[in-house]
Design a protein around this ligand. Structure first.
Ligand SMILES: [Zn+2]
Length: 170
């Protein structure tokens, strides 16, 4: 890596740290060393270093709402990227899609009234990566025609979160 490439990757690492990505994701994307990423964090105000393991997609999708939240994020990402078929995962686009997902979510009455949590940006990364390697898939309910996401190996028996919530409130 030459000096210009390193400067560009350092600036990207700053952006990704501010966006809230875990160190492991930033290391993976930029090729910069973990210690260097840690040293960058000290230069930023109000940014905490986020270490620890990433959850599995199945663990994130363990509630009915999470499969709706995940779909809302992924469809926002796919709207913003032109590289839908590529396995490349653009973290700058992911961060923009995540901000948009949160903005849309803040306007959603169901989200406010049900008091559920948004997925965080690192969970969004896990879901996007899993989607790109077909570990999770979009699924359309045959009854209400709404879309949501599920682990690929669960497809034939998927319980629709929208139908479930409708039954719960009626
Ligand atoms: Zn349904």
């Amino acid at each position: 890596m030459n000096a210009i490439q390193r400067s560009q990757k350092t600036l990207k690492a700053f952006r990704l740290l501010k966006a809230g990505f875990k160190t492991s994701i930033i290391v993976n994307d930029t090729g910069l060393k973990p210690d260097y990423i840690r040293s960058l964090t000290k230069e930023l105000e109000n940014v905490q270093l986020k270490g620890g393991q990433l959850p599995e997609a199945k663990a994130i999708l363990n509630t009915h709402f999470a499969s709706i939240e995940g779909y809302a994020f992924l469809s926002t990402y796919l709207t913003l990227t032109t590289k839908q078929t590529s396995n490349h995962l653009d973290l700058d686009v992911l961060a923009r899609a995540y901000q948009l997902y949160i903005k849309i979510r803040n306007q959603c009455e169901l989200c406010k009234s049900s008091n559920t949590s948004a997925i965080d940006i690192n969970e969004a990364w896990v879901l996007l990566r899993s989607f790109k390697i077909n570990n999770i898939v979009f699924h359309r309910c045959r009854h209400c025609y709404n879309h949501f996401i599920i682990p690929a190996d669960k497809q034939p028996n998927a319980t629709c979160p929208f139908c479930y919530l409708k039954r719960k409130v009626s």
